[in-house]
Design a binder for this molecule. Structure first.
Ligand code: ZN
Length: 269
């Protein structure tokens, strides 16, 4: 059961509410356990929502009780159904492999640390978990007729092809790197790992954020069937900077925001 008040009255499992015939005990019987009328109505609806096969299983269990009481009445029990849900889910949940790896090693490249903008966070999360809809993915889902790249029409449009290896993307990354060198003096080249994950250096919080924005630009251009370009990136950067600025104002963290964007301020203002 998921109601603390009911649990405290000694009803921890559905079986506790059932008669020997597997039916819900009468109001008179349950009233002896100090159950209120509204709690009884709750039990009625819980009982009604159980599929008939489960009711048969419960009946069987009542007739041949198995001593397997996982929930001790003394053990702390979640106070809400949501907590109970997460308790159960945590036992079976396994986070996506990439996320586990990153969470363990380099927290400063996780989207949440890099940006306040929820759309950017969402994009990088999807990217790391490979849930970006490239032609290859859409083809597998039966949504498009071909897995080939929307531009070159030669290679399969995988995540790597679209964001890194395709001719337009390579050109885009070259121009971006050259431009960024003015602001990040020790930046040398961007390799595939940097493009996907960012840099594993704390000082590069802003650069990591910019790399995510670059990928967003590539993806938006892909969807509009245009080439990604440095000028489009610059427009987007200014937009995201202003957006983060207004979020930071609301959160009273303007100082942190300015500190993060410091290296790029000469361009942004
Ligand atoms: Zn291509």
């Amino acid at each position: 059961m998921f109601r603390n008040k009911i649990i405290k009255k000694g009803i921890t499992k559905l079986c506790d509410t059932l008669s020997d015939e597997g039916k819900l005990q009468s109001w008179n019987t349950l009233q002896n356990k100090n159950l209120t009328a509204s709690e009884y109505f709750l039990l009625i609806s819980a009982f009604d929502s159980i599929p008939p096969e489960w009711k048969n299983l419960l009946k069987g269990q009542l007739q041949n009780p198995i001593v397997n009481n996982n929930i001790s009445q003394d053990a702390p029990f979640p106070s809400t159904s949501r907590l109970l849900y997460w308790n159960l889910i945590n036992k079976v949940e396994s986070p996506p492999h990439v996320t586990t790896q990153i969470r363990r090693n380099i927290p400063n490249i996780l989207p949440r640390s890099v940006t306040l903008d929820s759309k950017t966070r969402e994009f990088q999360y999807k990217f790391l978990n490979r849930i970006i809809y490239t032609s290859k993915a859409l083809y597998k889902m039966g949504i498009v007729s071909s897995p080939t790249c929307t531009f070159c029409r030669k290679s399969e449009e995988s995540l790597e092809h679209l964001f890194i290896y395709r001719e337009f993307s390579r050109g885009f990354w070259v121009s971006v790197t050259l431009w960024l060198k003015d602001f990040f003096k020790d930046l040398d080249v961007l390799n595939a790992t940097n493009i996907i994950f960012g840099f594993f250096i704390e000082d590069y919080l802003l650069l990591n954020h910019i790399l995510i924005i670059c990928k967003q630009v590539i993806f938006q251009c892909r969807n509009r069937n245009i080439k990604p370009s440095l000028s489009l990136l610059k427009v987007k950067l200014k937009y995201v900077y202003k957006l983060e600025c207004s979020i930071a104002k609301q959160k009273d963290s303007l100082e942190t925001h300015q500190k993060k964007w410091k290296k790029l301020l000469s361009f942004l203002n």
